[in-house]
Each structure stands twice: as structure tokens, then as C-alpha cells.
Design a protein around this ligand. Sequence first.
Ligand SMILES: [Zn+2]
Ligand SMILES: [Zn+2]
Length: 238
Amino acid sequence: MLFKSFLRWTYPEDCQICKNALLLTEESICRSCFTLLKNIEPPACTGCGIELAPYGKQTHKCSYCKRKHYAFDEMLTLFRYEEKFKKIIHEVKFHRKFWILDIFRKKLKRHIKQQWADNAIPDTLIPVPLDKKRLQERKFNQSLLLAKIVSSELNAPIRNDVLVRNKSHKPQSWLSRKERLKNTLEAFDIRPKASIDGKWILLIDDVITTGSTVQACAKKLKENGARKVSVLTLARTQ
Ligand SMILES: [Zn+2]
Ligand SMILES: [Zn+2]
């Protein structure tokens, strides 16, 4: 603590959102900004992650998802995608302040433990890969960093060698919905000898937009023998 107070005194640190000076007990984001993030409280839809009316079983789906078929078995979402949250992710991705992700550690742990009874944990954590070009630009994969936090909290291994992302060949914008889906599906491959047979996999992505990426990954994992695929994301945009 003494060392830390010395460090803060020499290098004062500001909140990444409101720019007010941080207290010694605060990391990256001040407490008042952190409490303003909109949590998603259970029960939430296991298809899209939106909050449901607070009654009924936790395994419920919203009326939209009830009619849909997803390749994954469940989706866990922590936050609503609104201004403050967007700001944090922006700092992480585009200003490369990847250490900020650690502020989600406690919440991730609590959320996950709440989800699965009897301390059940997945066999393997798999972060959604970036394609090579994107990885070279950004220098890090934020989903892998998130997976590392989850892994240290759950004591579950990460497999970063199962899913590969092929470089995107067609621009998505002029494709029809069906073609887009096919395109996304072709973007992922499973490495031979991935040995995921019968495994329960937790697929991790920082933010989910349309859901087609995790849908494609889950499909490949299931086709290659995965028994169950759960998806974990910090937030979903729609
Ligand atoms: Zn703040
Ligand atoms: Zn839903």
C-alpha cells in the first residue's frame, strides 16, 4: 500500500471515463463510474442475453429466441451496451489499455458462479480468435485477455489452438443475409486434432454484435464433437 501510494503520488492516475483523479483503492475506473455501468441481472435470456421479467426459471428464453435455433447452448452477458461501457471498451481496443479489462474480474467470477450449480465449470475456455491481419494491427486479442481473467478465476484451461480465423475474403456489406451467414461460417476452422470430443466449452468474446460470429464458432465446435457450448460476453449491442 505504501509503495502504491508512492506510485500514485508520483504518477497520478485518472479515471478512464470521467477523468477525475482515482483514489488509492480504485483501479482504472472510479467507483462512481463503475456503479453507473448497467448490469444485466438474472434471469436473462439464454439466447440473446437480455433481461427477462424476474420470475420463472433461469433457463428461459425471450419470445424472439424461443423461435430461433442457436448452435450454442446458452449465452451469459454481463452488461448492457451503453455509453459508459462503450467508452471503456473503446479505451481497451483502440488505445490499447488492455489492463482495464481487469475491472471486470470480480463481476465475471460472481456472474459465472451464479450461472452453474454445484461449482460446475467448463472443461475448456476458447476465446474467439482475431484474423492475423487484425491481430497484427492491434497486437492483442481482447477476447484472449478476457479468457485469461476467467481462467485464473475458474481454474479452467484456455485452448487458443482450436479455432482459427481465416482471413476475411469478401466484404460483408454487399452480401445477402444468407450469404453473410455462409461467409461468417467459412471464416472459422477447427484445427485437426483439436480433441474437443465430449467437451463442455466456454466460448469467450468481449462484445457481441449480431451474434453471427459466436453462432459460427459454436457450430464448428459442435460439428467437431463438443458436447456443450456456452458463450460468455461482456455485452451485446443489439
Ligand atoms: Zn470516473
Ligand atoms: Zn433472447
